[in-house]
Design a protein around this ligand. Sequence first.
Ligand code: NAD
Length: 314
Amino acid sequence: MPEKILIIGSSGQIGTELVISLRKIYGNDNVIASDIRPSSKEVMNSGPFEELDIMNEKLLRKIVQHYKINQVYLLAALLSATAEKNIALGWELNMRSHSHVLDLAKDGLIKKIFWPSSIAVFGPTTPKNNTPQYTIMEPNTVYGITKLAGERWNEYYFNNFGVDVRSLRYPGLIGWKGSPGGGTTDYAVDIFHQAIKHRKFESFLSENTKLPMMYMSDAIRATIQLMRAPKKQVKIRSSYNLAGISFTPKEISKEISKHIPKFEVSYNSDFRQKIADSWPCSINDEHAQNDWNWELKYDLKKLTADMIKNLKNI
Ligand code: NAD
């Protein structure tokens, strides 16, 4: 049976790139994009798109049956900073969307699910450096709480109903195609745009706030690699730690300055500082390396050079 894939939340930062990568592998017509708003031109013009509000379970099931979908990537969510401003919607959207998709598999309509978690599952009591896969997890943001509940939900559905759900705890993601959707690590994308346009940037995180980040092409590769791994290699069903690279606003500014001389950065922390301070500085992802051979390609130097080259060409 051919793979028929539905991406929910295709207009966001990750969806914009993931849809195109999956269409290259599985064929344009086999990857159906969906969102409550139109996706990028590249996504809209290269294959099917359905307008879908993931809260509408009936319509979700109709689309799944119509296209004979067998895999779902659920990307729709309210991100860390946005969810703190609307906790009711954060809880409602992040939890219900997840149940709607897990139930598709429980009811035998689809075979495989990708659902992303985040470093936001960790909290202020988690060890900050080289954070292990299994550790204290007491998130104190609504986003982190929904992600941790989601991870437990994944494992529950796997253990009790045999649902083949796979997940990664993404660090902050940096890419040049899609715009970030309201997370605490968004500064690391905006800094490139501002550096190229104005040679100036005001960071909403303090200069020494170290967070784990990852270049989008590595994140997309990890996602697809995990989804294509043989079932027996996927030993963790809650969600895998994914380390990426850890740096501070000061360190990325210094790297950008090598390409854009006279780049000036100022610091003015806002409410997102508190969220960032509750997250780890660096992550240990040896389980991903050992179970399905994960290997990172982009360090800070390569990521910076690639971002600047691509953004200058737009
Ligand atoms: P995003 O905010 O850029 O995109 C989310 C998309 O979901 C948007 O296009 C939005 O229109 C859509 N959406 C919102 N409500 C919807 C609804 N009711 N029905 C259908 N679609 C709806 O987010 P992203 O950065 O692409 O993240 C995707 C997933 O990855 C999320 O689960 C997020 O928590 C996770 N994640 C992202 C990062 C990151 O740095 N980008 C890091 C960790 C985890």
